[in-house]
Design a protein around this ligand. Structure first.
Ligand SMILES: NC(=O)c1ccc[n+]([C@@H]2O[C@H](COP(=O)([O-])OP(=O)(O)OC[C@H]3O[C@@H](n4cnc5c(N)ncnc54)[C@H](OP(=O)(O)O)[C@@H]3O)[C@@H](O)[C@H]2O)c1
Length: 252
């Protein structure tokens, strides 16, 4: 299948593992060169880079905390030096403090907001300064916690709601400049992230039982929607959050 993405350049934040890794490998399947960003797990990032190269695309490995604008700036300096352009930004890296709201400090709250929401600003600001081949595409990865209440998820849910709002505002502001901004909101995916939930088994069980499509999502289900948003088939989709959850969130 030719989606006319060949030769584009992408940055996928948080792509050493999990959903980000699946997105990076899917882009490489369509011959997109991918910059892998990670924070702690260098070996996992390098393994993803080797898989990208095995698929016939180029890879860059960039360590950096997306919540630190100076780290983001350094990552873009490397991209500018190595590639001189960037066509696709997938803002996927996320973290956050999972606690009951009554036990959340403002430090926990701001820390979560900085990584999951605020980081999109320096990322996009750096991206718009670089040239691109055609239109620029930005996809942010969100979760159903932006619109639903989930135990222990107050800070992350609020950060994802902020992220989806930022996507709308950035899309409005940047569409006239040839930048298309959207989000993908995923249901439960069994990645390392779930091991931080005290009630991981309950979450997986509920997702399995309540998903009309009859199975859990896997990272590739999310990657497929990100790829779609990167293509010209999505050229008139701006500022939207596309939900990929096997129907979980429509259930009454
Ligand atoms: N899993 C789910 O059920 C689910 C559902 C809906 C939405 N999502 C969203 O999907 C995205 C990916 O989630 P995931 O489950 O794949 O997570 P994950 O397995 O925990 O992986 C997180 C990735 O983000 C990187 N990262 C974490 N903090 C970072 C920071 N401050 N700066 C740069 N990179 C950082 C990690 O790098 P290191 O490897 O170096 O630590 C890793 O590559 C997130 O936006 C998440 O909210 C997940």
């Amino acid at each position: 299948m030719d989606l006319r993405l060949r030769g584009r350049k992408a940055l996928v934040t948080g792509s050493s593992r999990g959903i980000g890794r699946a997105i990076a490998l899917s882009l490489a399947d369509f011959k997109v060169d991918v910059a892998i960003n990670y924070l702690r797990h260098r070996e996992r990032a390098e393994e993803t880079a080797r898989e990208i190269e095995a698929r016939g695309a180029r890879a860059l490995v960039l360590k950096g905390n997306v919540a630190r604008p100076e780290h983001v700036h350094r990552m873009f300096e490397t991209i500018a030096a190595e590639w001189g352009e960037l066509d696709i930004l997938v803002s996927n890296a996320a973290s956050g403090v999972l606690r009951p709201a009554t036990e959340l400090s403002l430090h926990h709250f701001h820390w979560t907001m900085d990584i999951n929401a605020a980081a999109l600003l320096p990322l996009i600001q750096e991206m718009v300064r670089l040239p691109s081949k055609e239109e620029k595409v930005v996809v942010a990865v969100s979760s159903l916690g932006a619109i639903r209440a989930i135990p222990n998820y107050t800070a992350v849910g609020a950060s994802k709601a902020a992220l989806e709002s930022m996507v709308r505002h950035l899309a409005l502001e940047l569409a006239p400049n040839g930048v298309r901004v959207n989000a993908v909101s995923a249901g439960t995916v069994d990645t390392d992230a779930l091991t931080h939930f005290p009630n991981r088994e309950d979450i997986l069980e509920t997702a399995r039982n309540r998903t009309p499509a009859g199975r859990l999502l896997d990272p590739q289900d999310v990657a497929n929607v990100v790829i779609f948003l990167c293509t010209e088939f999505a050229s008139m989709i701006h500022g939207q959050t596309l939900v990929v959850d096997g129907g979980y969130s429509i259930r009454g």
